[in-house]
Ligand binder design. Sequence first.
Ligand SMILES: [Zn+2]
Length: 698
Amino acid sequence: MLAPLLIQFESKTIAMLVFPDYSTLKPDATLAALEAVLADNRTQLDALLKQETPVWESLVEPLDAMSEAVSRSWGPVSHLFGVWSTPEWRAAYNSALPKLTEYGVELSQNESLFRAYESIAASPVFATFSTSRQKVIQDALRDFRLSGIALPADQKARFKTVSLRLSELQAKFEENVMDGAQAYGHLVTDAAELVGMTASALEAAREKAQAKKQEGWLLTLDFPSYDAVISRADNRALRERLYTAYATRASDQGPHDKTHDNTALMAEILGLRHEQAQLLGLSNFAELSLATKMAESPAAVETFLLELAERAKSRALTELDELRAMAAADGITDLQPWDMAYYSERLREQTLGLTDEALRPYFPYPQVLQGLFDLVHSLFGVRIEPLQGVATWHPDVSVYALKDAEGRSTGAFYLDPYSRPETKRGGAWMDECTSRRKLADGIQHPVAYLVCNFTPPAPGQPALLTHDEVLTLFHEFGHGLHHLLTQVDEGALAGIRGVEWDAVELPSQFMENWCYEPTTLKLFARHWQTGAPMPDAMIEQLRQDRQFQSGLATLRQVEFSLFDLRLHRDFDAAQGAQVLETLNKVRDEVAVLRPPSFNRMPWSFGHIFAGGYSAGYYSYKWAEVLSSDAFAAFEESGFKPETGTHFRDSILAAGGSRPAMESFIEFRQRKPEIDALLRHSGLSSTQTASTAENHVAI
Ligand SMILES: [Zn+2]
């Protein structure tokens, strides 16, 4: 099913790149192969665990090969589910998923396996292992312990019960948010009420009404529909109405009936998370969350967030005054939350005058892509060339190989650029196809999937990207480089594997910086018809746009992050969940505009109640500090090529083989500091910037 493609070069070096054979892949056969792999792995595992004294070669290496076998048969199914979601592949995915989950749970709960890892860690040879091999063992042991495996029998049983209940509650939380939002609709029958909204938003609202056999325009709470009203509609009462419905989703407030109220779920989720942390001997869930992250402690995160808030506050107040002044000109003297997006949009248009339509002609996709490849070549010394002869799942998809200075192939990636609403999930992402691994007969090189959802080209012209889409391409490419430029031999830690959650966005956000750099923009931002480079004034507008309302935006992220952190850190079983109390206290400290008392933002905060960001929402800002500070090294060196080599070697190549802080310190020769982020966001003022005492390290 997976045909290894051996590429032979003049130097006689054989590089191994492994691609799934998408020309022959069939759902039934793939499923059968996956089941065979799982059965075979179970038999192998039993045999492995019978060993008296397991060693690296007799335990970890065979386990790595077993996990590779799973990813080779499951990888394509999971990938096609996202990019070629035909009914047949969707069915294959849905039938395979529970089997995979069950297999994963079996492994993570296997006590003999845990003991086998423990015995390797306790053996005298452990000290002679390379640091990355030691980390493979230590990470595995840590994850086993955090899943409760080392607990006494009764506590272990309780831990498991709590885990199952939590996954149920978290899924239900998300369901309530979706169903609660979907149950709401506001029908408008008089077009005069909708003045200001864009033609495409009006069309979408009309189609929604028609689908329900109603006359008029149906306004709903899915984000594009909500955003179309809140940021564009001139009608203030309409904005207030939609805001009220949106801010009270899945709660007991606002216009909703109470069937989707998340109040009880939140209390139970917080209580159970706290209980799990305590079973593991930790004080609270924030400590449990940080056990696998780069940030050292909840206190360190809190200090970082409060510092950021302090630096952002004065600018946020100025930005708020600008909005107030603009609203006052319309006769609004009490600026409310439902006015913010509306006046922001107007202010942005008035001061920057930058529209997607004006920018698009400068970003033809093939030219942007070539510019990105050239940049990567000059920064990291790898050339990127089309690779022919590899089957894909769609004609739009291209395959490229990475070549080192000697012309040897060191990796490859698929690039699937355009949206296909019928069969492809929205958004953009990087996923692993195969990972780098050192094998007895050589190196298996990494292969990545890069997936975007750009608007396909109109007839007779290339696809013209918005600046946001260019950012997306660079962002995903940064994740791709992390996966592709790894030099780690252990499959378990190669590329982004084993990288802490709050550091994993470093390379991706780092790459975004180049989309604001005049010299880089000049390379690829050229008018698709005239070839003229983007005018300097437009580049300057783009750079200003990056800083537009950055004070308010920063405070908003700090508010969410601090709320999430304290909610989990300060939970007290005797008091129960203190959701609104915690939020109000955070707002007292950092917010510049208080939402109305009916606002129930936490009730739809899926990131922390349903997703993987619980006591980890700060990761967005944390990783931005790292990526800005890393980019500042390039600015400081005058973009010398050596800085690129150094970044590649200390950060990209090291992957998850050591703590992210060590990699960062090797690159920067010091701990990360927030100054560069403040400067890039326009938040450093002349009074506070650049004095040694003001360097806040994280
Ligand atoms: Zn990302």
